[in-house]
Design a protein around this ligand. Structure first.
Ligand code: URA
Ligand code: SF4
Length: 205
């Protein structure tokens, strides 16, 4: 099956990972994206946030969570007085997956095989940073670190033990708030994200 493993250097320091990442052909997603999007933030962060994959803006700018979902993330973190520079933000999958519809590039969910293929990069980042806590944003990040059958609605906000990190917490993805069917469910999802982020941050200190 496809895997990034052959492209991941033995030295997991963030500069080495960043330098090696653009050469990755671990799955097919490198073919259509503008560029690969590495993680960003503190090299010794106590908390890592793991999203799904770059979106349209992230693909163009080469940075994680700089588009609409990033604005939601910024709002939550602002409210909790958490500076972005104090955490490390990355994605389960490092290339943007989309379908072209006229001028628009519509996000597509990565398959489990793509999440698994890209996992060696995520594990190398975790190995380098040694965070106290990892917060998985949404189903894809949760599948990567907590297994393909993980249920977000049932098990979000719990502190879970994994082989990769002692304390992993899953929460909803910020873009779920943007897609909420009405104001009330949007607010409820926002509360989930905020509460889980607060738990992750305080657990990490
Ligand atoms: N959504 C993600 O999961 N990650 C990003 O970097 C941007 C949007
Ligand atoms: Fe490599 Fe991940 Fe990009 Fe696939 S998505 S090519 S595994 S960096």
């Amino acid at each position: 099956q496809p895997s990034a493993q052959p492209f991941v250097p033995e030295d997991h320091s963030l500069p080495k990972l960043r330098a090696a990442l653009p050469a990755c052909k671990g799955c097919d997603l490198f073919q259509h994206a503008t560029q690969v999007v590495p993680g960003a933030g503190a090299a010794h962060a106590k908390l890592i946030l793991v999203g799904e994959q770059p979106g349209d803006q992230e693909d163009l700018q080469g940075k994680p969570f700089v588009g609409p979902a990033g604005k939601i993330l910024d709002r939550v973190m602002d409210e909790l007085n958490i500076e972005r520079s104090k955490v490390y933000v990355t994605n389960a999958v490092k290339h943007f997956k989309f379908v072209q519809r006229g001028k628009l590039r519509l996000h597509q969910n990565p398959r489990m095989s793509e999440i698994s293929a890209c996992r060696p990069w995520l594990l190398a980042e975790i190995d380098s940073i040694h965070p106290h806590v990892i917060l998985c944003l949404g189903a894809s990040a949760s599948k990567s670190l907590l297994g393909g059958t993980f249920s977000l609605m049932r098990d979000h906000g719990k502190i879970l033990n994994t082989p990769y990190a002692n304390q992993v917490i899953a929460t909803i993805h910020p873009s779920a708030i943007l897609r909420a069917r009405d104001k009330e469910s949007g607010e409820q999802l926002y509360q989930f994200l905020r509460d889980d982020m607060a738990l992750a941050w305080h657990t990490a200190q």
